[in-house]
Design a protein around this ligand. Structure first.
Ligand SMILES: O=P(O)(O)OC[C@H]1O[C@H](O[C@H]2O[C@H](CO)[C@@H](O)[C@H](O)[C@H]2O)[C@H](O)[C@@H](O)[C@@H]1O
Length: 252
């Protein structure tokens, strides 16, 4: 593990792709779009969806979005996508043609969802995000509530056999076993990803599983921004630098 601030930038994508087929695994928030005040406040760069599809085409389909968001939420922000994708922290995986890869994750018990809503309603500046297969409490509006939010989510997870995921000003409940490393391994086991050099790009703690899975399969991770110790091999400063590295053709 190395501090992200000590990592060099990655070699150009074109050089990597010339040497060997590359497979790209891309996180969404903080990597392709800048972090905003809330889940629905993000500004998606104009043309991002089409640029990602074009990039996937150049890589013969070896590009997957791997997000903590649910797939329907990604579709809300990006529109329908002809891309391989894994949502809900990697638990819900679909190929570029829409076939589900592995088991579809189960939603949380409605009683758990109701408990999260009740906690958010009673806690200043805390927002509950409704998610298809999990539940998230955002505390960006009241950072001082972090310990309280973590304690509540850990207790709720224990009582309901769930797992906790931490992220940027967010704590989430997911079914045990959901992680981005599992999604990377699942895609690498099938065509067109099989045998390619895996590169995972992400900015948050949940992306560390993706970095490790890419490294284990002979590739590497690229950490976006400075977030302390990381298993990534390279770093880029922000989403704009990611767009440049990916050579995305955005509008404007
Ligand atoms: O794995 P990702 O695609 O990066 O998704 C992780 C979580 O991203 C979203 O929350 C984060 O972004 C919000 C918008 O910028 C920000 O307000 C929040 O503080 C961040 O934690 C999303 O809302 C979550 O569902 C995702 O799990």
């Amino acid at each position: 593990m190395t501090a992200a601030s000590d990592l060099p930038p990655p070699p150009p994508l074109a050089d990597l792709a010339e040497a060997r087929p590359v497979a790209l695994f891309l996180d969404f928030d903080g990597t392709l779009v800048a972090i905003a005040d809330g889940p629905d406040a993000i500004v998606v760069p104009d043309g991002l969806a089409r640029a990602l599809e074009a990039s996937s085409e150049r890589l013969a389909g070896r590009l997957a979005l791997i997000s903590g968001r649910a797939l329907d939420d990604l579709a809300k922000h990006l529109g329908p996508l002809a891309l391989a994708q894994a949502g809900s922290h990697g638990a819900h995986r679909v190929t570029a043609t829409g076939e589900v890869l592995g088991d579809r994750p189960r939603p949380l018990d409605p009683a758990v969802v109701a408990a999260l809503a009740e906690f958010a309603a009673a806690t200043d500046g805390v927002l509950k995000e409704t998610k298809e297969h999990g539940g998230a409490l955002h505390y960006r509006g009241n950072p001082a509530s972090e310990p309280q939010v973590i304690a509540f989510m850990e207790e709720t997870a224990r009582a309901n056999d769930l797992a906790v995921k931490r992220g940027k000003c967010v704590v989430e409940l997911v079914r045990p076993g959901a992680d981005k490393g599992g999604a990377v391994a699942a895609f690498l086991a099938i065509a067109p990803f099989q045998g390619a050099l895996p590169v995972f790009i992400g900015d948050d703690v949940t992306d560390e599983d993706g970095f490790k899975a890419a490294t284990k399969a002979g590739g590497f991770g690229i950490c976006v921004g400075d977030r302390g110790e990381t298993a990534a091999r390279y770093a880029l400063p922000d989403p704009a630098a990611v767009h440049d590295w990916l050579q995305l053709e955005l509008n404007g």
